[in-house]
Design a protein around this ligand. Structure first.
Ligand code: ZN
Length: 361
């Protein structure tokens, strides 16, 4: 085993002092795993101070009731027996938030909720969900979405969409994307959404056809086929039967047609760091994609990957949290402690908050 060495240093030279200081930094000398076990901070019983357990003497003053504060009401939940992407039964517990348990697939890295809310119950929760409408019909959000939509449409052009014939947006919400597509020269724009609360807004959108339906019950005769592009903006993470829906989308596209996907990135810097405080772990999100699991879902359905990248850095949330503040407080990094973390650093390493994937039939 390596032994730490006493090293002399030059008082006025930070680099030389660093070399001397590193010799009493256990993690650097031994590696953190070896250091924790060799110093009994971590042990096989998993009750050492570095194992996340309460110190044994504290049990004299704190009783472990074993009860969780948030408990699922059993009748509304059903088990998910295998990974919805690769079918593997091998999984590890990832985290829990307000009694929503998230597991990580050991084989394809996908994260998913288990158990999940029964579909019949889920519908009733969505019917009570007015938050989405409020968020997405606010003016700054509409402005941002207009720019985001244009970026998506430009991506489709630059990646060689066959033509600007038929485009369908599944989970179209307010219809902002399709209104932008119409202006961008798309001929036939079709929006599908299960939520009829957007109907008033839709009436003001010209040249777009809206269909109120869930994907599971979508009438494929009504929507036809031969689409040049199909888009799903922040939709896939909500869906229960991913594989059959993606297969269905594949059959609706014409040859070389493009499928555009935006989903939360479960391997974003923000989510990796904020974990169970992250707003992405909510009852609506049953699927949490990693770059790998998104690509696997699409490739398995016969799509070829045209582009994978991340967008939306969530950098202020990351830095607020790194500074010890609530991640969504807007505290940020007023002293510039973390200036080296930049949007380009995050996106170069696929650490942005949203995954963008474009896939070709
Ligand atoms: Zn899997």
């Amino acid at each position: 085993m390596t032994k730490p060495q006493v090293k002399d240093f030059d008082l006025n030279d930070a680099a030389s002092r660093l070399i001397a200081k590193n010799e009493f930094d256990g993690h650097l000398v031994y590696g953190s795993k070896k250091f924790h076990t060799a110093t009994h901070r971590s042990n096989a019983k998993k009750d050492g101070p570095a194992d996340g357990a309460m110190h044994h003497e504290q049990h004299d003053v704190v009783r472990d009731s074993g009860a969780d504060r948030y408990q699922r009401i059993p009748e509304f939940w059903e088990d998910v027996n295998e990974c919805p992407i690769c079918g593997s039964k091998n999984r590890s517990f990832y985290l829990s938030r307000f009694a929503l348990d998230i597991y990580s697939c050991d084989d394809c890295t996908h994260r998913y909720m288990h158990p999940r809310i029964k579909f019949e119950k889920l519908i009733t929760l969505y019917a009570k969900d007015y938050t989405a409408n409020k968020v997405y019909s606010s003016e700054p959000q509409m402005d941002i979405d207009g720019v985001k939509s244009t970026y998506g449409l430009n991506l489709l052009d630059k990646l060689g969409v066959p033509d600007r014939g038929r485009i369908m947006d599944l989970g179209c919400g307010s219809g902002k994307f399709l209104a932008t597509a119409k202006q961008h020269g798309w001929n036939e724009c079709i929006g599908v959404d299960a939520n009829p609360t957007f109907q008033d807004i839709h009436e003001e959108v010209n040249g777009v056809r809206f269909i109120y339906s869930s994907f599971e019950t979508l009438d494929t005769n009504a929507i036809g086929e031969g689409y040049s592009a199909i888009t799903l903006w922040n939709v896939l993470e909500h869906l229960y039967d991913l594989k059959s829906i993606v297969r269905q989308i594949h059959s609706l596209l014409k040859k070389d047609g493009l499928l555009f996907i935006m989903v939360p990135n479960v391997e974003s810097m923000a989510t990796k760091l904020i974990r169970e405080k992250s707003a992405t772990f909510n009852w609506k999100h049953v699927a949490h994609f990693s770059p790998k699991s998104l690509e696997k879902l699409m490739n398995d359905a016969g799509f070829e990957t045209a582009l994978m990248e991340t967008s939306i850095s969530e950098i202020e949330n990351v830095k607020s949290y790194m500074n010890g503040a609530w991640p969504y407080s807007g505290y940020g990094d007023p002293d510039g402690n973390f200036d080296f973390i930049t949007p380009s650093f995050l996106h170069e390493n696929m650490l942005g908050s949203r995954l963008i994937g474009v896939f070709r039939r």
